[in-house]
Design a protein around this ligand. Structure first.
Ligand code: AMP
Ligand code: MG
Length: 750
């Protein structure tokens, strides 16, 4: 398998700068990997230990099953010829206790008119050929008597499993190439096959590289402290620039899950000799595969490629590829290496080393997401091929996007997503995703930067997104590679978000009130507590919902229930209606589904900004205030068809987004020119002039439900929500705002 030394010389580190590695495609990379990985040698092992292995030879049944004619029912064994009729019970045959010495033991003992009590799975005694279920007999002589009356006819063999009816002797139970799972183990056990002939499982050695890495699990009991949630956590020397080594523990678990045996090589410093030592140690210890992370890109501490090529001795190798056109994971490196003596000058040593075992070496990028993704796409298939899998590539399925996803301009992207199989129908709550194909809905795990490992949390698939420009629209079916068991996830494990409600009004409680908020699991806090600043175009990552004290007439369920009302049937809600609480809940729900809430990295927060009343002027004023503490401000519906809140946004914001509020601005601008006040005549009650109000109402009625009307205040997006189809508008508008780069959605026409 190992090639001679010529390619190695041609690729010597001195002549091969890292950027010289040609960039190949990921499918090409997988082909190369699989062309170098072969099923390992066969071995025998106890069947019970073979789960996860692939059979190297078939398993045949050494005996028939059932091995005796067995009853399918609890009832009475009879001679078919005797029924219907009344029979005398002469004994009992139970599973594991065939008819005993006192009963009929051979055909000659069986008299016409006899019956035997029998349980499911018991051997049908010789001479009997049918079983009458216990529910189908009567006891004419009472409970204690030995007479049973059978009213129906039963043919020979009724309710009896004949010898070999499940499995014939010599039948092929399991084939070569079958993967042993729990059910295959059960089949072997039922047949009494105790030994499996399988391919050996590869030994995968895992090494982390980097001067910055500290082992999170190597701490002693005393050096641990409790984190914010009370979990014990190791201490970290931040001043030294240390971070915890996530990759090694993750990749060891990935390798185990792929079916490999594992070897933990620890952490190596960014020193070529330390790297060469660690890799050599793995080969000496019998590793079939070495997986490293970090040190494969273009920095001056990235020595791994050279080390694999043999720059420091101990090992020698061929690098098959060193860059892959993919995001994340571009520096993925794949080599074949072998052990060489410390000095490789003498011809004798060279001869002996060419006979040494060849080991596959994967240099994964250091960013944890890149490491996880490249393991799933390149290493796991190699492990599976070595285990003997016939098709070791990841399974591919089609899924429908739950949201728009922006494409990367440079490289095809493997976008992490969870699958929602329930929401795949027409009546999906997920905004306008109408998915007649009933494919699963793919929800992005949120921000995809390769250092944000929480984007792998719960991820079941990698969406195969092409290179940009532009974005793939919500509702589009895309192909997805399965990276974990999708049987048990199914959206049930979506990240949870516990929103925090910050009231901006000092004098009043928010719509929710402390008790309601507590019951809903929502934390409340006063605005006197500082809201930490994080960045969303220089705005805090918070969504403020502007609410007002009119009755919160609708529950979240009511609002959600309206999400599917056809346009023609929408009711205009009453003046002064306020869905503040529902909107708060809907925003929280959206964040939870999108994985953008608490628990994620850099979570979004929900803030309640309380207006004294629901007039457009008040709402506009509070929205402007809230815009200083939030990146996104949503004005809860107010007024007929949310006219007041829409007017608040249009009149109260500096710069409209034409794409988001296409037809709102012109009439409102006209109203504002004619009426002088943007359709908002004051703070007291019904403040829009009649004519303006009806024009705006008609407009709002047409517009509500199609999206969010939006403008901006000092960089924060301020948007009103319709009072119908609120959930839909929310998920559509927020998806754009949070996940599609702003320069893209600003120009969009909904
Ligand atoms: P590298 O590929 O070595 O340039 O590393 C790229 C990034 O991944 C850097 O920010 C490293 O600190 C980080 N990194 C490398 N190895 C690990 C690891 N084992 N666990 C967590 N982060 C890592
Ligand atoms: Mg590094």
């Amino acid at each position: 398998m190992y090639r001679d030394s010529r390619p190695r010389k041609a690729r010597s580190p001195a002549t091969m700068a890292p950027h010289k590695y040609p960039m190949i495609s990921m499918p090409e990379a997988i082909d190369i990997v699989l062309s170098r990985a072969a099923p390992l040698e066969e071995e025998s092992l106890p069947f019970a230990d073979a789960v996860g292995r692939v059979l190297a030879s078939e398993v045949t049944a050494p005996r028939p099953h059932p091995p005796f004619p067995a009853s399918i029912m609890d009832g009475y064994a009879v001679r078919a010829a005797d029924v219907p009729g009344t029979l005398r019970v002469v004994g009992a045959a139970r599973a594991g206790a065939p008819l005993g010495p006192s009963g009929a033991r051979s055909e000659s003992d069986t008299q016409p008119g006899h019956a035997v009590y029998i349980t499911t799975g018991a051997p049908v005694p010789p001479g009997f050929d049918a079983v009458v279920p216990v529910e189908r007999v009567r006891f004419p002589g009472g409970a204690g008597s030995d007479a049973v009356a059978v009213a129906d006819a039963y043919g020979p063999g009724a309710n009896v499993r004949a010898v070999g009816s499940d499995v014939q002797r010599g039948e092929v139970l399991l084939d070569a190439g079958d993967r042993v799972g729990p059910h295959e183990l059960g089949i072997a056990a039922l047949a009494g096959v105790s030994e499996a002939r399988t391919h050996r499982a590869p030994m995968v050695a895992v090494l982390s590289t980097g001067d910055e890495l500290a082992d999170p699990f190597a701490e002693t009991e005393s050096s641990r402290s409790a984190g914010p949630s009370g979990n014990a956590s190791a201490s970290l020397d931040v001043t030294a620039g240390s971070i915890f080594d996530a990759n090694r523990h993750m990749l060891l678990a990935c390798a185990r899950e792929a079916g490999a045996e594992v070897m933990d090589l620890g952490i190596a410093r960014d020193d070529p000799d330390a790297l060469a030592d660690a890799v050599a140690r793995a080969v000496d210890a019998g590793a079939d595969v070495v997986v490293t992370s970090g040190g494969v890109s273009e920095g001056d501490k990235d020595h791994l490629k050279d080390v694999l090529l043999g720059s420091r001795g101990r090992i020698a190798g061929v690098v098959h590829f060193g860059r892959v056109m993919m995001k994340p994971g571009k520096p993925l490196t794949f080599a074949e290496i072998r052990r060489v003596a410390e000095t490789k000058t003498s011809a004798r040593e060279e001869t002996s080393t060419t006979r040494s075992k060849t080991v596959l070496a994967f240099g994964l990028p250091g960013n944890p997401v890149s490491a996880a993704v490249t393991f799933a796409l390149a290493v796991a298939p190699a492990v599976r091929r070595m285990l003997g899998w016939v098709d070791p590539r990841p399974r591919r399925l089609q899924a429908v996007l739950a949201q728009d996803i922006a494409l990367d301009k440079e490289r095809p992207e493997y976008h992490r997503a969870t699958l929602d199989w329930e929401a795949s129908g027409e009546d999906s709550r997920d905004g306008a995703v109408r998915n007649a194909t009933r494919l699963p809905l793919a929800r992005s795990t949120g921000r995809q930067i390769s250092s944000r490992l929480t984007s792998m949390r719960g991820a079941e698939v990698l969406l195969e997104l092409p290179r940009g420009p532009g974005f793939v629209a919500k509702g589009t079916a895309v192909s997805a590679l399965v990276i974990r068991d999708i049987g048990t996830q199914g959206g049930l494990q979506l990240p949870r978000v516990r929103p925090e409600v910050v009231t901006t009004s000092r004098s009043r409680d928010g719509v929710l009130g402390a008790a309601t908020a507590a019951a809903a699991g929502i934390a409340t806090r006063r605005d006197s507590e500082a809201v930490p600043e994080t960045s969303f175009g220089r705005r805090p990552r918070a969504i403020a919902v502007v609410t007002h004290p009119s009755v919160a007439a609708k529950s979240a369920a009511d609002v959600a229930g309206e999400a599917r009302v056809p346009d023609s049937d929408r009711a205009v809600t009453d003046a002064g209606n306020d869905d503040g609480a529902a909107v708060l809940e809907a925003v929280s729900r959206f964040l939870r589904r999108a994985g953008a809430g608490e628990g994620g990295d850099d979570p979004w927060r929900v803030i309640e900004a309380r207006a004294e009343n629901g007039t457009s002027r008040r709402l506009a004023a509070v929205a402007r205030a809230a815009a200083t503490t939030a990146a996104v401000v949503l004005v809860a519906p107010s007024g007929p068809s949310a006219v007041s809140s829409q007017a608040a946004v249009v009149a109260g914001t500096d710069l409209g987004f034409p794409g988001l509020a296409p037809r709102m601005r012109a009439p409102l601008e006209k109203a504002s020119r004619d009426g002088g006040d943007g359709g908002d005549g004051g703070d007291g009650g019904d403040d829009d002039s009649e004519a303006d109000a009806s024009a705006i109402a008609a407009l709002a009625y047409r517009e509500s439900g199609f999206g969010i009307e939006a403008g901006q205040v000092a960089g924060a997006v301020v948007a009103s929500l319709p009072c119908t189809n609120c959930e839909e508008a929310l998920s559509e508008g927020l998806t754009k705002m949070l996940f599609v780069p702003r320069e893209k959605w600003e120009g969009l026409v909904l």
